[in-house]
Design a protein around this ligand. Structure first.
Ligand code: ATP
Ligand code: MG
Length: 251
C-alpha cells in the first residue's frame, strides 16, 4: 500500500491532568473518506487541532505526507473547514466570490493580484459546490447550508489533497445535509481528495464514508462502516457508550 498521507503513532494528550486522548494510532491513506465520530468531549476536535498543528503534540508522533509534523511545511496541501466558520452576519460586506478568493490569498499573500487563471479557479470552485448562481451575492444573505458550501469552495481553491472538516453541517437542514455529503463524496471520488469528516450524524455518514473512526479518548473502531453497523447493540455500547444504538440503526 502507498505511504499514508496522515499517520498517528502512540499519541497521548492532556490539557490538565486528565488525559483527553490516549494511545491514538491510525493511518489515513490517499483517497479515503474517513468519518470521525464520538460523543461530546471524546477528543475529536482536540485530535483535529493536533493534526493541523494548532496545538503542539506532547507525546507520540504525527506524520503528514510522510513528514513528521514538526518539520512539515506544505500546509497548502491541507484545508480545514470548521463549524465556527459559519458566522457571517447579514450585511457582512463580502460576496461569495470574495470569500472564496480568500482561500487563495493565504497562499499568495494579501497584496498580490489575482491572475486570470486564479479567477477561473475561484469560479470553478464555486461551481463545484453548486453555488454558481450566487457568485456576486453577499455571503451574509445566504442560508447556513449555502454559506457552508461556500466555505468548502474556499477550502478547494488552494487545490488541497486533504480536507479536514469539523462538524461542518451543524445547523444545516436534513435535505441540505444529504446534498452536502453527496458533494463531499463527489470531491472524493472524482477529484481524489482525501477527506476527514467529524460528525455526530453516524446514521447518515455511514452511507458515504469509506472508513469509520470511532473515538472516545482512544480509538474504539477503525474500519468499514458497514461492518460497524452490523455489530450487536452490546458490542456497539462497548465500543462507544450507550447513546449509540438508536442512532446507528436509523437507516
Ligand atoms: N482548551 C481546553 N482546555 C481544557 N480542556 C479542554 C480544552 N478544550 C477541550 N478540553 C476538554 O477536552 C475534552 C475533549 O474535548 P474536544 O473538544 O476535543 O471534544 P469533541 O469530541 O470535539 O466534543 P464535541 O463533540 O462536543 O465537539 C473535553 O473533556 C473538553 O472539556
Ligand atoms: Mg468538537
Amino acid at each position: 500500500m502507498s505511504v499514508p498521507i496522515l499517520s498517528v503513532h502512540n499519541l497521548d494528550y492532556k490539557y490538565t491532568q486528565a488525559p483527553v486522548l490516549k494511545n491514538i494510532n491510525m493511518d489515513i491513506h490517499e483517497g479515503a473518506f474517513v468519518g470521525l465520530v464520538g460523543p461530546n468531549g471524546s477528543g475529536k476536535t482536540t485530535l483535529i487541532r493536533l493534526l493541523l498543528g494548532i496545538q503542539r503534540i506532547q507525546s507520540g508522533n504525527i506524520e503528514l505526507f510522510g513528514t513528521p509534523i514538526q518539520k512539515f511545511k506544505k500546509w497548502n496541501k491541507i484545508s480545514f473547514v470548521s463549524q465556527k466558520a459559519n458566522t457571517f452576519n447579514k450585511g457582512f460586506p463580502a460576496t461569495v466570490y470574495e470569500v472564496v478568493s480568500m482561500g487563495l490569498t493565504s497562499k499568495k499573500g494579501y497584496l498580490s493580484f489575482f491572475t486570470k487563471k486564479d479567477k477561473e479557479k475561484i469560479i470553478a470552485a464555486i461551481n463545484s459546490v453548486g453555488m454558481g448562481d450566487y457568485v456576486h451575492q453577499n455571503i451574509g444573505d445566504l442560508s447556513g447550508g449555502q454559506q457552508q458550501r461556500v466555505f468548502i469552495a474556499r477550502s478547494l481553491v488552494s487545490d488541497p489533497e486533504l480536507i479536514i472538516l469539523d462538524e461542518p453541517t451543524v445547523g444545516v437542514d436534513t435535505e441540505n445535509v444529504e446534498r452536502f455529503y453527496n458533494m463531499l463524496s463527489r470531491l472524493n471520488k472524482e477529484r481524489g481528495i482525501t477527506l476527514l469528516l467529524v460528525s455526530h450524524d453516524i446514521g447518515t455518514i455511514t452511507s458515504y464514508v469509506t472508513d469509520l473512526l470511532c473515538l472516545n479518548k482512544t480509538i474504539h473502531y477503525h474500519g468499514d462502516p458497514k461492518t460497524f453497523q452490523q455489530k450487536s447493540d452490546e458490542e456497539l455500547s462497548n465500543f462507544y457508550g450507550h447513546s449509540m444504538h438508536s442512532i446507528t440503526h436509523q437507516h
